[in-house]
Design a protein around this ligand. Structure first.
Ligand code: FE2
Length: 337
């Protein structure tokens, strides 16, 4: 506690980023330090990423405290993302969070990573009770608050949108890097396409399936009959339009007046524009989490941890187990009415 303000330190390690953030109860970001594991080739190797997190964790936490001009004594609680995510990565973060909580006798707060993406988006955009469209490398879901929890109205039945885009980009030789000048390489390549090729478009109610689209796009690629730019355009249009259709159905269903786009894929200006058009049709407002905080970071864990801590939610370090499949709708949200 500093001058009567509660301060929480949050640790994020669910996938390729190890982050430490520090926030106060007014929503001020006091520190934001991160380090991201970059595989030499291919996708994330969970154990290599976890090794990276273990190597950098002590230094990142120390850097965050110094950035905030604080010592650990000024911190009221330690928040840790216990899931969902990659098991070895989650465990690497949990080890340091438990150690800090035990060694310095600080309360430990168990944060759900998906809730954190939503809460940081609300804090930074001013959205109060939005329909949430959360799209990242590991998650694709459409959710809204109802009856004490964020309820999942739609989600991917197989792979996440971000993963679908990244795998295609890698297989097509477009990546890495995955993002050039703020645009995903698939978005960039699609800009030069002119022809729409028939590819799978799978929306089931408010749920989505991306694996068939990915397989079919890769097949078109290997056949070599279509231009890469046209495959990218067709692939991207289907991938985004599927999400817009499911989101529109959820918006009509929930009648929310705000839509929050969050997660790493939220940075796509193409996706943002498509969503903006749909949201306008329903007289709702679109809120996009600022790019810096749309991807994984420790600040979102610290802020959600602070909300939880203020509502008396803590966990004994001995019971703070990671949960790779911890669902958004299993978490009580007492700070919303
Ligand atoms: Fe994430």
């Amino acid at each position: 506690m500093l001058k009567g303000r509660t301060i929480v330190l949050g640790i994020e390690s669910t996938a390729h980023t190890f982050g430490c953030g520090i926030v106060d109860e007014d929503g001020n970001i006091l520190a934001d330090v991160r380090d991201t594991y970059v595989p030499e080739k291919g996708g994330i190797h969970p154990r290599e990423a976890a090794q990276h997190h273990s190597n950098v964790s002590a230094e990142i936490v120390a850097k965050a405290l110094s950035e905030a001009g604080l010592t650990i004594n000024n911190v009221d609680a330690i928040a840790i993302a216990l899931g969902p995510g990659l098991g070895p990565c989650l465990r690497a973060g949990a080890v340091i969070a438990r150690a800090l909580a035990i060694h310095y006798s600080k309360p430990l707060v168990p944060v759900n990573h998906a809730v954190a993406h939503i809460e940081i988006g609300k804090l930074l955009t001013g959205a109060k009770d939005p329909l949430v469209v959360y799209v990242s490398g590991g998650n694709t879901l459409i959710a809204a608050f109802s009856g004490g929890r964020y309820r999942v109205f739609g989600e991917t039945l197989d792979i996440a949108l971000g993963n679908c885009l990244d795998v295609f980009a890698r297989e097509a030789g477009l990546a890495p890097p995955y993002v050039i000048k703020g645009m995903h390489v698939v978005d960039l390549c699609a800009e030069k396409g002119s022809k729409i090729i028939d590819l799978p478009y799978v929306v089931k109610g408010e749920d989505l399936s991306y694996s068939g689209l990915l397989t079919a796009a890769l097949k078109k690629l290997s056949e070599g009959k279509e231009k890469l730019e046209d495959i990218c355009l067709s692939f991207r249009e289907n991938a985004y339009n599927m999400l817009i259709e499911a989101s529109e159905r959820a918006l009509a269903h929930t009648r929310k007046k705000e839509v929050l786009l969050t997660g790493g894929v939220a940075a796509s200006p193409i996706l943002q524009n498509k969503l903006k058009l749909m949201v306008k049709e329903h007289n709702a407002s679109l809120h996009v989490t600022p790019k810096k905080y749309a991807g994984d970071n420790g600040v979102m864990i610290a802020w959600t941890g602070l909300l939880m801590f203020k509502h008396g939610i803590t966990i004994e370090p001995e019971e703070a187990f990671v949960n790779q499949r911890w669902r958004l709708d299993e978490v009580d949200i007492p700070w919303m009415k």
